[in-house]
Write a protein that binds this ligand. Structure first.
Ligand SMILES: Cc1cc2nc3c(=O)[nH]c(=O)nc-3n(C[C@H](O)[C@H](O)[C@H](O)COP(=O)(O)OP(=O)(O)OC[C@H]3O[C@@H](n4cnc5c(N)ncnc54)[C@H](O)[C@@H]3O)c2cc1C
Length: 381
């Protein structure tokens, strides 16, 4: 049976998150964007409220929420600021490979750490010379005699790299083996040879920290090996399958914000003697926003339902991500249009929404990569 009504618990979760966004995120979002700084104290508060590691299983001390519940949190946080939201919820990306492939000891240690303290974990596949082509990574993992590995290389564009306490690092035993050489490791930031690089000065989502991680002769004991060579590529892909719906949930939040800002402005702003809300061409832009919000929400619900019910369907995850990201970008462009000249300056929030939306089409698989995933499945390749 399908049911689109939120439960009483979900209604309460939405209300609590909404209040947090209204009181703790919206008032500081413009300043964090301007100064490109992440408000760690907001992360700490979000952690105390259970918004940070929503799907971390209760047996390791986490909130143990469903993927559907987590998508509701992501959507509400994104309404306030997708930059702050991305950094608050990026632990989901970092912890998913540990949930999927970690030993019991690794789960107790690292998932337990995330549950206990407001710490961050980053996920790192991308490098300076590759992003989409995950099998083409160059960061080297060289086996040592004790069953551990030595890591050398640079990971690029890593969300929360400057702030995280540990990382899930993907590397290759031999780049010529392509996907068969990819392995994964849990790497603590305090380990010798681990150096987070310069915080990137970005177009949008400027409150979210993005930085490289340089790895120089980092010695990884066997206890921190997450996936052996040959297992890492599948782990990276399954992680994306499980986290891409979250990007779409963020897109819904961003679009809802665009719509609310546009409705309020269109009722106030007058041209030719009437509020612009009465012009049918403005109405059309606003109606399209609503259509995109509803359609993306349905895709998010279906993708989250799949994850919660153990139905593996990467096509739906990619459809949600691709459609949600493109919809958010178009909606934010239209929001600037509804505001006219005022949309183009920082006195109103819509120019930030447009800058923030763009990255949704790039990270966790670009718009083109989603089409490749979908077409491959549809064509049966
Ligand atoms: C703010 C931000 C945060 C990020 N966070 C993380 C993170 O936490 N962890 C992480 O590992 N990475 C992260 N990334 C990296 C991100 O996932 C990559 O930027 C993305 O996957 C694209 O890779 P690329 O930049 O190397 O582009 P490329 O792979 O070089 O692609 C360039 C262009 O070519 C297109 N293209 C590539 N291959 C094909 C093809 N076969 N067919 C058609 N078109 C193609 C792409 O779609 C894109 O338009 C982040 C990036 C940013 C900017």
């Amino acid at each position: 049976m399908f049911d689109f009504d939120p439960t009483e618990e979900q209604k309460a979760l939405i209300e609590t998150t909404r209040r947090f966004v209204r009181e703790r995120i919206i008032p500081i979002a413009a300043e964090c964007d301007r100064e490109s700084k992440f408000p760690k104290h907001v992360f700490d508060e979000a952690h105390a409220l259970g918004f940070v590691n929503a799907t971390l299983p209760a047996e390791y001390g986490g909130p143990g929420l469903s993927d559907l519940d987590a998508s509701l949190i992501h959507e509400e946080l994104a309404y306030g600021c997708t930059g702050i939201q991305t950094s608050i919820t990026a632990n989901t990306l970092g912890m998913t490979p540990i949930k999927l492939a970690g030993s019991e000891e690794q789960k107790r240690k690292y998932l337990g750490w995330l549950a206990r303290e407001p710490v961050m974990v980053s996920y790192a596949t991308s490098e300076p010379s590759m992003g989409s082509d995950v099998a083409g990574m160059q960061c080297r993992a060289t086996k040592d005699s004790a069953g551990g590995y030595v890591l050398n290389g640079t990971k690029q564009w890593i969300t929360n790299a400057s702030l995280a306490s540990f990382y899930v690092i993907f590397a290759t035993e031999d780049p010529t083996l392509k996907h068969k050489g990819i392995c994964a490791f849990i790497v603590e930031r305090s380990q010798n040879g681990v150096k987070p690089g310069r915080h990137e000065d970005k177009l949008g989502q400027r409150a979210s920290d993005t930085a490289p991680i340089v790895l120089e002769d980092v010695r990884i004991p066997a206890s921190q090996v997450l996936a052996l060579p040959g297992q890492g590529f599948k782990l990276a892909m399954e992680t994306f399958n499980q986290t891409r719906p979250d990007i779409a949930a963020g897109a819904v939040g961003l679009m809802r914000r665009c719509l609310d800002e546009c409705v309020a402005y269109a009722r106030e702003r007058k041209t030719f003697g009437v509020p612009i809300a009465q012009h049918q061409l403005v109405q059309a832009m606003i109606a399209e926003m609503k259509i995109r919000i509803e359609a993306t929400s349905l895709l998010v619900r279906k993708a989250a339902w799949n994850l919660d019910n153990g139905t593996r369907d990467p096509v739906i995850s990619s459809c949600a991500k691709a459609y949600g990201a493109d919809s958010a970008m178009q909606t934010a462009i239209d929001a600037v249009q509804v505001f006219g000249g005022y949309g183009y300056v920082k006195d109103y929030p819509v120019e930030k929404l447009m800058r923030d939306a763009k990255i949704l089409q790039i990270y966790e698989g670009t718009a083109q990569v989603q089409r490749i995933v979908i077409a491959r499945h549809v064509l049966g390749k």
